[in-house]
Design a protein around this ligand. Structure first.
Ligand code: GUN
Ligand code: ZN
Length: 469
C-alpha cells in the first residue's frame, strides 16, 4: 500500500474549510513507562490515529476511539502499512567527526591524535562548519533522529553553525562548544577563562532560543585543567537547567591517564563529582569502567550513562555492563558517538546494543531498546514532557518506519507474531532505509523517496557534467 490522503467527512458542515489539524492513520507505538519495569509501559495500536496541530500532538489513540473526534476537514494521511514511533534521541554524537567516520585506529587515544584532532581543526572556519552542520542534520533526519546531544569543536563558530542549522529547521537539539585547555594540539586549545566566556556567551545566545538548548562540554578530564573544570562547575551552578556532557571511563589507557593526572581522586567519575558536574541533565558517554560506587553515585545524582555500542566495538574500548548499570538504577540512554561510532542510525545502534548486552548475559528486548531511544532518553534528559512521546501536548517529533523497506525486512516482518518481533526486525535489519518519513514539530523534514530522487538527480547532473567536460 502506498501513502495516500483522505479528508475527514463525518458531520462536516457544507461551509467547513480545511482544518488546522493533520491526522496520521498508522500503527502507533509510544511509551508510558519503562517496559522492563511497567507491564503496560509500551502502548501500541495496530490501527491508530495520531492528530497533530501547531507542531504539537493533539491526541494519539486507536483509530476507532478518535475518528469521531476529528475536526471537520482534517487531512488524514494514510500510513496504515507503516509504524509511527516518537523521533529517536541520540544522546552523544560529534558533528565535526562526520567526515572521519570509519577511520580505524588501535584504540581511543591514537584515534584522537591521528584523525580526530586534525579533522576538528577546520571548524574555526564558519563556512566549513556550516556546510558540515547542514550535511550532519540531513543525515540525522534521514535516520529518524530528531533530537541529539551534539559535541561541536573548541571553536565558538562550530556551535554557532550547528545551532543556526537546527534552529532554521525547528529541531530540538542540545549542543555545546568543546572545552579543552591542555593535552591537545595548540590549535585546538582554549583557556579556562576563554572557555568560560565563550560558553557563557553561547548559553545567553542559544539556550532555550526556539527549540535549542545548551550543553556545557568539557571534552574529558584529561584535556581540561583543574582551573577549567572549576570554571565549568561554576557555570553549571549558575545555570541549573543547562546540560553537561562529557566522556568517562571509555578505555583502559584513558582511565590510567586520568589516575596519573588527578591523583587523590577515588575514581575517574569522582573527578567530575568533585567539580559539581554530576547532576540531572549531566550526560556521560561510555561508562564502561565504572565500579559499584560510581554507579551508585550516578544513580544518586541522576547523571545519565550514554551507551555507545558501535563506537565501543569499533575502537575496541570494551563492553558496557548493561545489567550492573540497570541494577544500580542509573539512568541509561543510547547513542551513536559518531565518528567513533560507525552509524548515524539508532536502529543500528540498537542492533549492537543488543549484542553487547548478550555478551554480558543480559537479554535486552527490542521493546526496551525502542523505549531507551525515545521516551527513556527524554525522561533521562528531563525532557519527558517535550519529546520522545506521542502524548497529547508533546512536540510532534515522530518517525514513520517502513516494514517493507527492503525485501528481507518485508519477508521477516510478514512473519512476525508479536510487536517485539516487529521491533526486533527493525532493530536488527533496519537502518536509514527503514525510515520512510521524519517529522519535527509536525512538519515533514525528511521523506526517504524524495531524498533518493534528489541524490539520484544530483548524480545524473554530476555524470552529465563529467561527460560534458
Ligand atoms: N574521548 C575524548 N574525546 C572523544 C571523542 O571525540 N570520541 C570518543 N569516542 N571518546 C572521546
Ligand atoms: Zn564521544
Amino acid at each position: 500500500m502506498t501513502a495516500s490522503v483522505h479528508t475527514a467527512q463525518a458531520g462536516t458542515p457544507a461551509t467547513a474549510g480545511p482544518s488546522a489539524q493533520t491526522a496520521f492513520r498508522a500503527q502507533l507505538l509510544t511509551f508510558h513507562g519503562d517496559p522492563a519495569h511497567a507491564p503496560h509501559g509500551a502502548v501500541y495500536h495496530e490501527d491508530g490515529l495520531l492528530i497533530v496541530e501547531d507542531g504539537r500532538v493533539v491526541a494519539a489513540d486507536a483509530y476507532a476511539a478518535l475518528a469521531a473526534r476529528l475536526a471537520p476537514g482534517t487531512r488524514i494521511e494514510d500510513r496504515r502499512d507503516k509504524l509511527i514511533v516518537p523521533g529517536f534521541i541520540d544522546t552523544h554524537i560529534h558533528y565535526p567527526q562526520t567526515d572521519m567516520i570509519a577511520s580505524p585506529a588501535p584504540g581511543l587515544l591514537p584515534w584522537l591524535d591521528t584523525y580526530t584532532f586534525p579533522t576538528e581543526r577546520r571548524f574555526g572556519e564558519s563556512a566549513h562548519a556550516r556546510e558540515t552542520a547542514s550535511f550532519f542534520v540531513d543525515e540525522l533526519l534521514a535516520c529518524g533522529t530528531t533530537t541529539a546531544l551534539v559535541y561541536c569543536t573548541v571553536h565558538k563558530e562550530s556551535a554557532e553553525a550547528l545551532f543556526a542549522e537546527s534552529d532554521a529547521r525547528n529541531l530540538r537539539m542540545i549542543a555545546g562548544k568543546v572545552l579543552m585547555d591542555r593535552n591537545c594540539p595548540e590549535f585546538l586549545r582554549d583557556t579556562a577563562q576563554s572557555g568560560y566566556d565563550d560558553s557563557a556567551e553561547l548559553i545567553k545566545r542559544w539556550h532555550n532560543r526556539g527549540r535549542q538548548m545548551y550543553a556545557l562540554t568539557p571534552r574529558f578530564a584529561p584535556t581540561s585543567t583543574e582551573a577549567q573544570l572549576e570554571a565549568c562547575g561554576a557555570l553549571a551552578r549558575a545555570h541549573p537547567d543547562i546540560f553537561i556532557q562529557s566522556h568517562v571511563a571509555e578505555n583502559t589507557d584513558e582511565v590510567k591517564w586520568v589516575a596519573d593526572l588527578f591523583p587523590g581522586h577515588r575514581s575517574y567519575l569522582d573527578v567530575y563529582d568533585r567539580y559539581d558536574l554530576l547532576r540531572r541533565r549531566a550526560v556521560y558517554g561510555h561508562c564502561i569502567y565504572l565500579d559499584d560506587e560510581d554507579r551508585k553515585r550516578m544513580a544518586q545524582t541522576g547523571a545519565v550513562a550514554s551507551h555507545c555500542p558501535t563506537s565501543n566495538l569499533f575502537l575496541g574500548s570494551g563492553l558496557f555492563d548493561f545489567d550492573k548499570a540497570d541494577s544500580a538504577g542509573m539512568p541509561i540512554a543510547l547513542a551513536t558517538d559518531v565518528g567513533g561510532g560507525t552509524s548515524f542510525s539508532m536502529l543500528q545502534t540498537m542492533n549492537e546494543a543488543h549484542k553487547v548486552a548478550r555478551l554480558g548475559g543480559h537479554h535486552l528486548t527490542a521493546t526496551r531498546m525502542f523505549y531507551l531511544a525515545t521516551a527513556g532518553a527524554a525522561e533521562a534528559l528531563d525532557l519527558g514532557d517535550k519529546v520522545g512521546t506521542l502524548r497529547s501536548g508533546a512536540e510532534a517529533d515522530f518517525v514513520v518506519l517502513d516494514p517493507q523497506a527492503t525485501p528481507l525486512l518485508a519477508r521477516r516482518t510478514a512473519r512476525r507474531e508479536s510487536l517485539e518481533e516487529l521491533l526486533f526486525a527493525f532493530a536488527l535489519l533496519g537502518d536509514d532505509r527503514a525510515v520512510y518519513e521524519t517529522y519535527a514539530a509536525g512538519q515533514c523534514v525528511h521523506r526517504r523517496d524524495d531524498a533518493r530522487k534528489h541524490v539520484a538527480g544530483t548524480r545524473v547532473e554530476r555524470a552529465a557534467r563529467v561527460l560534458a567536460d
